[in-house]
Design a binder for this molecule. Structure first.
Ligand code: HAM
Length: 519
């Protein structure tokens, strides 16, 4: 991305920061890469993003140590499922190293393989323990790290024997963030952000997805996003938060002069109704699923909602006839959606209900939305978002309902009517030093003028005057300021207005004012 294009990006980002400021949002900066399983668990294994599009790698230095760990464990536990999963020939080969594996082994009720005891691994362990039979909790934990202080708190008083493989460092599977909601919720849990009540956060930055590049779709793209998250007692669940975000978005797009957008709105249900909806989808898919593409067939079983993401044209008539989530919303969920719509009507933000909109990420519940724009062709979603009330808990955190959006900044810039030239600030003045020793004088003048917020471009004493004037016009400067020996002596300089051609002598102390006056 090069200038002057970058001026458009700055224009958009400055407008976003202004809007976030008046809605009282504050910036969060999350890492560009995170541990792989954060995305796998939040965005969902069956989504296109996680199953096909992530840039994932095993951190090189640590891999060697991991090999030691693996060797050690495969000697002790030759049949360990954990390592079978890593076998390149296994069906689950794409799954990164499982962070945690719990298995039945001989006299031990469970052997827990947890190479690293990260916060997330411990949370996974906690969730797994809750599912296990209480009186069978006798553990052998095989890890490369010492048990952390809060370990007892997590496992209760179950008898635990630990076996530590002593190696210094640990391997990690890392992924370039394909989106940022997971990172924000991870930060919410890690930094106990619930203590702050309702968090209204925004971010601007690059995301990465291995997609086939085309206009409006890139492997490194930029998002401007916001998340509202907090404990239920802070009002995080309220439909007023959803509506406020949507109204913010309408304000932002209006402010950028982007017209012709459509807000597509849906409710994709609460956990209570999701199960019955999934059941209905499975039922409806049963007689037809064998006609579908292999990916869709698998999804029909593992995660039927993801069937809506199937892109194969022949599958579309089948998808068209599937039951709609709108018919399955339970009462609280329906009411929540009604209230979102009512507030939008009261603030005058128009929307279209689209009951086929399910979004391509697993963490959503209730409100889901996209803003589309006619001028963008195939990649017409300028932004997307929705509610993710259960996400924090599924990552091992406390209940923390949330709602957010991410704008595709690349697509937003494509939809702008403004040209890069129009938003880029041109130099106010080009200083043309004439002759030996004048670079020093020019530098002093430039310093004085820049203190007055005047944009100055400096020439070079070796240039002859015509060359300097030509360059000044080329870069679009409004004035040329000529700095020669005589001018310095007199303390007054020739200031040439490059639009009118008019030239006059201006005293040093009045230069800044003269340049600013004719703006
Ligand atoms: P998403 O729908 O996956 O949602 O992405 C949001 C927006 O990012 C899209 O509408 C699109 O404008 C842009 N985008 C996605 N992929 C690309 C690409 N390859 N090239 C250019 N632009 C792209 C999310 O990412 C969620 N985190 C949104 C959210 C925030 N939900 C709740 N909070």
């Amino acid at each position: 991305m090069l200038p002057p294009e970058t001026a458009l990006w700055n224009f958009v980002e400055a407008a976003a920061r202004d809007v976030f400021r008046v809605y009282n949002f504050h910036e969060i900066r999350t890492p560009i890469f995170e541990e792989t399983h954060l995305f796998a668990r939040s965005v969902g294994e069956e989504t296109d993003i996680v199953s096909k599009e992530m840039y994932t790698w095993e951190d090189g230095l640590r891999a060697a140590d991991y090999a030691v760990y693996k060797k050690w464990i495969t000697t002790l536990y030759p049949s360990s499922e954990m390592f079978r999963r890593m076998d390149p020939d296994s069906a689950l080969a794409q799954t990164p190293i499982p962070a945690l594996s719990i298995e039945l082994h001989g006299k031990w009720n469970f052997v827990v393989f947890a190479y690293r005891l990260t916060y997330q691994v411990l949370m996974e362990l906690k969730l797994a323990l809750e599912r296990l039979d209480k009186d069978k909790r006798l553990f052998r934990i095989v890890t490369a790290e010492p048990l952390p202080d809060n370990f007892r708190f997590l496992v209760g008083d179950a008898p635990v024997i630990t076996e530590r493989v002593s190696i210094d460092s640990v391997p990690q599977w890392l992924t370039l963030r394909p989106e940022n909601t997971a990172g924000v919720v991870r930060a919410y849990i890690e930094h106990k952000l619930w203590e702050r009540g309702l968090n209204k956060l925004f971010y601007i930055g690059p995301m990465f997805r291995r997609e086939r590049p085309q206009k409006g779709r890139y492997r490194q793209f930029y998002q401007i996003g916001a998340e509202v998250i907090g404990p239920p007692s802070a009002g995080s669940e309220s439909p007023a938060r959803d509506a406020e975000l949507l109204e913010l978005l309408a304000t932002f797009l209006d402010r950028l002069g982007i017209t012709g957008w459509t807000l597509q709105l849906n409710s994709i249900g609460c956990p209570a109704d999701r199960a019955s909806y999934n059941e209905a989808l499975r039922e409806a898919l049963k007689p037809v699923v064998h006609q579908m593409d292999a990916d869709c067939q698998r999804r029909a079983v593992t995660n039927p909602l993801r069937v809506f993401d199937c892109k194969v044209p022949e599958d579309q008539p089948i998808i068209e006839k599937l039951p709609r989530i709108s018919e399955f919303l339970d009462e609280p969920c329906r009411k929540h959606f009604e209230e979102v719509k009512a507030i939008l009507k009261s603030v005058g933000v128009e929307f279209q209900i689209n009951d086929r909109l399910v979004r391509g990420l697993d963490y959503y519940s209730r409100t889901a939305f996209e803003f589309t724009h006619g001028a963008l062709g195939a990649q017409n979603a300028i932004l997307g978002g929705g509610r993710y009330d259960g996400l924090s808990e599924s990552l091992g955190g406390p209940a923390a309902p949330g709602v957010g959006f991410s704008i595709g900044e690349d697509r937003l810039v494509l939809a702008l009517k403004e040209s890069a030239e129009a938003v880029q600030r041109k130099p106010d003045v080009y200083i043309a030093p004439l002759g030996a020793g004048m670079d020093r004088e020019a530098a002093r003048l430039a310093r004085e003028l820049r203190r007055h917020d005047i944009v100055v471009e400096l020439g070079d004493e070796k240039f002859r005057l015509p060359k300097s004037l030509e360059r000044a016009s080329k870069i679009g400067a409004r004035f040329a300021l000529i700095v020669g020996e005589n001018e310095v002596k007199a303390g007054a300089f020739a200031l040439k207005n490059l639009e009118t051609g008019e030239q006059r002598s201006v005293a040093r102390g009045e230069l800044a004012e003269s340049i600013q006056a004719e703006h």
